[in-house]
Design a protein around this ligand. Structure first.
Ligand SMILES: [Zn+2]
Length: 119
C-alpha cells in the first residue's frame, strides 16, 4: 500500500480538523496578550476565523460526499466513495477508478488533472 495517498474525502476532513486545532492554538496564544486588548482581539479573531473556515470546509465536504459516487470496494467489501476519476478506498486504501480505461493501471493522482483528460 502506498502511504503517500489517502482518500480525498479523508484528506480534506483531516485538513478541516487540523484547522480547528490551529484555531484553538491561535486563541490560546491570545491569552498571553491579556494586557494588550488589540493584540488579544486579533488573535481571537484569527482563531475564530480558522474555526469558521473549518466549519465551511466540513459543510463543503458534506456536499461533495453526497455527490461522490458510492461503490463497494472490491478489496475490503465496504462502501466507500469516489471523488473524481480515481480515488482510494477510505478503509483499505485500495486504488479505485470509475474509468474503465484506467483499470489495472497504477494509481496516479495525475489522472484527476484536466490535462490528462484531453490526452
Ligand atoms: Zn477497501
Amino acid at each position: 500500500m502506498n502511504k503517500k495517498y489517502s482518500s480525498k474525502i479523508n484528506k480534506i476532513r483531516s485538513f478541516a480538523l487540523s484547522l480547528v486545532f490551529i484555531g484553538f492554538i491561535i486563541m490560546y496564544f491570545g491569552i498571553f496578550f491579556k494586557n494588550h486588548i488589540i493584540i488579544m482581539t486579533i488573535f481571537m479573531f484569527l482563531g475564530l476565523l480558522s474555526i469558521i473556515a473549518s466549519t465551511v470546509i466540513y459543510f463543503w465536504i458534506g456536499m461533495l460526499s453526497t455527490k461522490a459516487l458510492q461503490v463497494v470496494c472490491p478489496n475490503c467489501g465496504k462502501h466507500t466513495k469516489i471523488l473524481g476519476r480515481v480515488d482510494m478506498c477510505m478503509y483499505c486504501r485500495e486504488p479505485l477508478t470509475v474509468d474503465p480505461n484506467l483499470e489495472g493501471k497504477e494509481f496516479d493522482e495525475k489522472y484527476n488533472k484536466k490535462r490528462f483528460e484531453k490526452e
